[in-house]
Write a protein of this length. Structure first.
Length: 281
């Protein structure tokens, strides 16, 4: 089955000045801000998609060699036709709705050289390699949204010992731990997710006491390692105050490589909605 990607919003994070240019005719893409004053240029594309497995975080930034090795290619040129070599790209999962098979991910592109001063727009064309996965979830657990709120989710059941029928010590079992810390802003919490290094964590889903999905905006911070465990501080913004929520921890079930075609123009003024071609297996 063809997996259709739809490009909804592109955001370019950089400085700009002067009057925005009019829409570049014939492209169907409105121009977005670019900064020609920096030594190097970085911009971020937020891509929405549907009818597809979840796009996973890239474990590392990909340079041109990595992109080509994985079957991709990327050609970036300015309005004068000058090639602008990408230094590296960064892929991070933003959100995913498992029921609707739709989500968003961020594609960051860093250029090797500054933009020529007379650049009015840039054109990006090629195929970007993505790692995708269908997701499974651990059982939902109740988490109190209070300072120090805490819950454990066991990853497997303890084996019975044949000699005396006793149960293995629970302390030795692998588990996922959630700890809540309140932030100053209303509705914002930091949930620290701790899990074994080998556990393929992807994202979380939240539900209220009636098992209705809660639309929660999440922002991941830099995670850290300690004694075989990964701890991830995740900032969660809830639409209203909740005393407690039910949380499902989602993990990747089976990885598969995909290529997403990109063909767009970006410059001063923003980008219109545009359609993406089907993703390739």
């Amino acid at each position: 089955m063809k997996l259709l990607f739809s490009l909804i919003v592109f955001s370019v994070f950089s400085l700009s000045w002067g009057k925005p240019l009019s829409i570049l005719k014939g492209t169907g893409v409105e121009l977005a801000p670019l900064d020609t004053s920096r030594e190097s240029v970085f911009f971020n594309l937020n891509i929405s998609y549907k009818n597809a497995p979840a796009v996973l975080d890239a474990k590392k930034s990909l340079d041109l060699t990595d992109i080509n090795t994985q079957g991709g290619n990327l050609d970036i040129r300015n309005s004068s036709g000058t090639p602008l070599n990408p230094r590296s790209i960064y892929i991070t999962l933003d959100s995913y709705n498992r029921k609707e098979e739709s989500g968003t991910f961020n594609l960051g592109i860093s250029l090797e050289t500054p933009l020529p001063l007379k650049t009015r727009w840039i054109h990006i064309k090629g195929e970007v390699p993505l790692m995708c996965s269908h997701l499974s979830s651990l059982p939902a657990e109740d988490l109190a949204l209070k300072e120090g709120g805490y819950c454990d989710i066991l990853l497997s059941f303890p084996p019975f010992l044949r000699d005396d029928g006793d149960i293995a010590k629970m302390e030795s079992m692998q588990r996922v731990t959630l700890t809540a810390t309140h932030k100053k802003e209303k509705g914002k919490w930091t949930i620290i997710l701790s899990h074994p290094e080998e556990f393929p964590y992807t994202c979380m889903e939240f539900f209220d006491e009636k098992n209705r999905p809660i639309p929660v905006k999440t922002d991941k911070s830099v995670y850290f390692f300690s004694a075989g465990t990964i701890s991830r501080p995740i900032t969660c913004t809830f639409p209203e105050d909740y005393g407690h929520v039910r949380v499902k921890v989602l993990y990747e079930q089976k990885r598969e490589a995909r290529l997403i075609p990109i063909d767009l123009t970006a410059g001063l003024g923003g980008i219109h909605e545009s359609k993406m071609p089907p993703m390739k297996k």
